[in-house]
Design a binder for this molecule. Structure first.
Ligand SMILES: [Zn+2]
Ligand SMILES: [Zn+2]
Length: 382
């Protein structure tokens, strides 16, 4: 491991975080004690908070870091302005670093905000020094270098950040006749809250919650965190299927970023929304369960009950492997049909295939319940 603790201090980021936090900690409480802040300042603080967070989650993150969908220029400009207002660096730098995070997740040297270096480091510490992992490697982002909105915002980032945070907030303060209230609440407090809610995705979403889809990294699914982070709390799913425009894939899961993207798709400002096939999601869930079951069986006695349980787990594994192979076969048949332009022939048999795909999906869904029962038995035996 590199001795990165001696990395030089990143003064611009450190000063920015310090100077935007101090008024919230040192001035705001006394101001609220002595004076009233207008309702308009509180309402605009919430509006800006929502717009900033959505620009980060739907724009910086799902659009630019992961290309989970395509957006029309109007939507991109919106993200560039309100994402710039969130003061989390330019889209180019943010998205490039985030791609490195996914490629090297948890690696203490290569992941810029590795959770394996502790909560504080992944939340905030990584920004305070010029760690080698944070050095932007734009060879990962050729698509972003060609995106006009991204490059314009990158070149004029300070204008975006200062113009929105001071210009816009002070303009509203003047209009409503509550300059100090607007600067403190819709300006500093809103920015402080927005910062830490986003930072939670790198810290809390890598240590607090469940791991239904993969245990190969520290990412977690957490419903409460999803509420605080505009849907980004389903981070375990996200780290396995990063290009899905959804993070909370179930209808009941709180993912306003997903609803926002889907709403813009309806009016034509977003398109090409990418989804992981349901079968793949179910397969990942059952595989994760079975890996857990197998790990728990290791080192167990050769008692007949365990032998029987182990045989059942092996059979389930076999079932999953076969279903996966059949699914892959059906998909490749579909692709070949499209490639060879024999669509008509494919379409004749499409109904049958679709039914078979549905049946496979259902069989793995049922398998998930079966294996859950096995796991319960296993725990009871332990
Ligand atoms: Zn992550
Ligand atoms: Zn991501």
């Amino acid at each position: 491991m590199n001795d990165t603790s001696k990395a030089p201090i990143n003064w611009p980021a450190t000063l920015m975080l310090l100077l935007t936090s101090l008024p919230v900690i040192l001035i705001l409480p006394f101001y609220l004690w002595q004076r009233d802040v207008s309702a308009a300042a509180w309402i605009w603080a919430l509006v800006f908070l929502g717009l900033n967070e959505l620009s980060i989650t739907a724009g910086y993150h799902r659009l630019w870091s992961h290309r989970a969908y395509k957006a029309q220029p109007a939507l991109k400009w919106f993200y560039a302005v309100f994402g710039g207002m969130a003061v989390q660096n330019s889209i180019l730098i943010w998205a490039t670093a985030h791609r490195v995070h996914h490629a090297h997740v948890d690696d203490v040297d290569l992941d810029p905000y590795s959770a394996k270096r502790g909560f504080w480091f992944s939340h905030l510490g990584w920004m305070l020094r010029d760690y080698p992992a944070s050095k932007p490697d734009f060879s990962r982002s050729p698509d972003l270098l060609e995106d006009k909105v991204v490059m314009f915002q990158h070149r004029h980032y300070l204008w975006f950040a200062f113009g929105s945070n001071f210009g816009l907030v002070m303009l509203l303060g003047a209009l409503y006749g509550d300059m100090a209230g607007f600067v403190l609440v819709a300006g500093f407090l809103r920015l402080f809250v927005s910062h830490h809610l986003t930072f939670f995705i790198n810290s809390l979403a890598h240590c607090w919650g469940r791991q239904p889809y993969t245990t190969t990294n520290t990412a977690r699914d957490n419903d409460l965190l999803a509420v605080l982070t505009w849907g980004e709390g389903y981070h375990n799913y996200h780290h396995l299927f990063q290009w899905d425009y959804r993070n909370g894939i179930r209808w009941w899961q709180f993912d306003p970023t997903k609803w926002w993207i889907a709403a813009w798709a309806r009016v034509g400002l977003a398109s090409g929304l990418r989804r992981v096939p349901e079968f793949k999601i179910q397969q990942a869930r059952v595989q994760c369960q079975l890996e857990r079951a197998r790990a728990a069986m290791e080192g167990r006695s050769a008692h007949a009950r365990y032998v029987e349980l182990k045989a059942q787990i092996d059979a389930e594994w076999q079932h999953l492997t076969e279903a996966g192979a059949r699914w892959a076969h059906l998909q490749s048949e579909k692709l070949t049909a499209a490639k060879e332009q024999i669509r008509s022939r494919w379409e004749q048999s499409e109904f049958k295939h679709r039914m078979e795909l549905k049946a496979l999906e259902l069989s793995v869904r049922l398998q998930h319940r079966r294996v859950a029962l096995l796991l319960r038995r296993q725990i009871a035996m332990a």
